[in-house]
Design a protein around this ligand. Structure first.
Ligand code: UD1
Ligand code: CA
Length: 457
């Protein structure tokens, strides 16, 4: 039987105190609604509809092309929100998952389990429930004397007896598509909030003699809703723990997982060790046997096997196998380092291609350059790549030796096996195997210092 999903995300999220729609706030690198989307997809939903309202164009813009967006112009309640998908799902014959855009921790496993129970029991509507010590704010699950689901009552409409229930509505459901939208149209907003309540559908179906089911025991962490920034931080923490646990199970060592922040979708190979204070973001892929950190930030980078990265920042670059980065390197976007490259302390690289076995060990800025294999770039080397208007390229060919404190004024080329004298400002190409020196000739003045001392006395 086909499965569709509708994600309700039209609410304003007032308590976020933000210009950004609530569901676009990030949790581990992606908007919270994208986590819900991923779970729905992984649970087998073929078509997914996101109901948007406040900041709808912004939310629509953040979704990929495989999602259908429908607008709910006035937020008249959760049943009204679901009803906006009626046109899209009019001819759909299957089951429909209904999820909230602000519960990023919901897992595909729970959705699968709920869908399976829904189908086995032949229910028209199934709700996922959880037991909470403090159910305050949630809709309460009301069961009859035999424990069968009767209805759901919102906190604001509940009588004191109903408020005792600790089993709550997670806001996650599975419905048979057949008859769903016709039934939604029968709901009335005669309740404390004057809204069209989706949970009322359970009571309505029950009254019509249709089968309804509740799947209990959802992990309270999974159904955690984000309404303000402190809940956003809690959701990030829980998601981060989940990501770290999965990586550790797959063979990654984390010396102190609580201090390691890894985004959704990051891939790390086995026997790689992540040291404390490390942040790994974007679609970063790290190979096997690496040592990353302590105190490093890796953003959208591809790192090979057996690479060490210490106290460094790497962004949108490729680092080849057996390379060593840091401490205190800053590798900016567009760098491609081959294997066995060393980039040492206080080195900044930008848009640089570096060949195998090359070393840039200390205190350099290299930008818009192509450096060959087995080159030694001496301490303090600077590429002068910017003339105030344009950026120019520097090329250093294989086996060249750049003397300490060389300025390479681009555009310029240092040939194969060539050497530049320490302290040179190289403005002209250096041919293969040549020495390029460009610095004032040293002059020694005998006894100058001694005379100065005696004058001063
Ligand atoms: C809802 C449930 C409650 C449940 C709780 C779980 C109702 C009436 N109550 O309450 O039983 O315990 O979720 O978290 O459904 N939304 C729209 N359009 C609207 C209204 C809401 O898209 O007109 C979206 C919101 O953006 C949100 C979701 O629906 O993603 C839930 O709405 P919210 O107002 O947070 O419902 P709760 O009061 O939390
Ligand atoms: Ca809510």
């Amino acid at each position: 039987m086909p499965l569709a999903a509708v994600i309700l995300a039209a609410g304003k999220g007032t308590r976020m105190k933000s210009d950004l729609p609530k569901v676009l706030h990030g949790v581990c690198g992606i908007p919270m609604v994208s986590h819900v989307l991923n779970a729905a997809r992984e649970a087998g939903s073929e078509n997914i509809i996101v109901v948007v309202g406040f900041g709808g164009d912004q939310v629509a813009g953040a979704m990929d092309g495989r999602v259908e967006i429908v607008f709910q112009h006035d937020q008249l309640g959760t049943a009204h929100a679901l009803h906006q998908a009626a046109t899209s799902l009019g001819g759909f014959d299957g089951d429909i998952l209904v999820l909230c855009g602000d519960t990023p921790l919901v897992s595909a496993q729970s959705l699968k389990k709920m869908t399976a129970v829904h189908r086995e029991s032949g229910a028209c509507a199934t709700v996922l429930t959880a037991q909470l010590d403090n159910p305050s704010g949630y809709g309460r699950i009301i069961r009859d004397g035999d424990g069968r689901l009767l209805k759901i009552v919102e906190q604001k409409d509940a009588c004191p007896e109903e408020l005792q229930a600790k089993e709550i509505n997670t806001g996650i459901y599975c419905f048979r598509a057949e008859g769903l939208f016709q039934s939604l149209a029968l709901l009335k907003p005669d309740n404390a909030q004057g809204e069209y309540y989706l949970p009322d559908l359970i009571g309505l179906y029950k009254g019509q003699g249709k089968r309804v089911a509740a799947v209990s025991g959802a992990d309270p962490v999974e159904i955690m809703g984000v309404n303000d920034r402190s809940q956003l931080a809690l959701a990030r923490e829980a998601m981060g723990q989940r990501i770290n646990a999965e990586l550790m199970l797959a063979g990654v060592t984390m010396v102190d997982p609580s201090s390691v922040y890894i985004d959704t979708g990051v891939k790390i190979g086995r026997d790689t060790v992540i040291y404390p204070g490390t942040v790994i973001q974007g679609g970063t892929v790290i190979g096997e046997g690496c040592a990353i950190g302590p105190f490093s930030q890796v953003i959208s980078a591809r790192i090979g096997d057996n690479v060490t990265v210490r106290q460094s920042v790497i962004e949108d670059s490729d680092i080849g196998n057996d390379s060593a980065i840091g401490p205190y390197s800053y590798i900016r976007p567009g760098c491609v380092l081959d294997g066995q490259v060393k980039v040492g302390d206080f080195v900044e690289l930008k848009k640089v291609k570096i060949g195998r076995g090359t070393k840039v060990p200390h205190l350099s800025y290299v930008g818009d350059a192509e450096i060959g294999e087995k080159v030694n770039v001496g301490a303090g080397t600077i590429t002068c790549n910017y003339d105030g208007e344009k950026k120019w390229a520097t090329v250093v060919e294989d086996n060249a030796f750049i003397g300490s404190n060389t300025n390479l004024v681009a555009p310029v080329r240092v040939g194969r096996g060539a050497i530049t004298g320490a302290g040179s400002t190289i403005t002209k190409d250096v041919p293969d195997d040549a020495l390029g020196v460009a610095r004032g000739v040293q002059k020694n003045i005998p006894n100058w210092s001694r005379k100065k001392m005696s004058r001063e006395k």
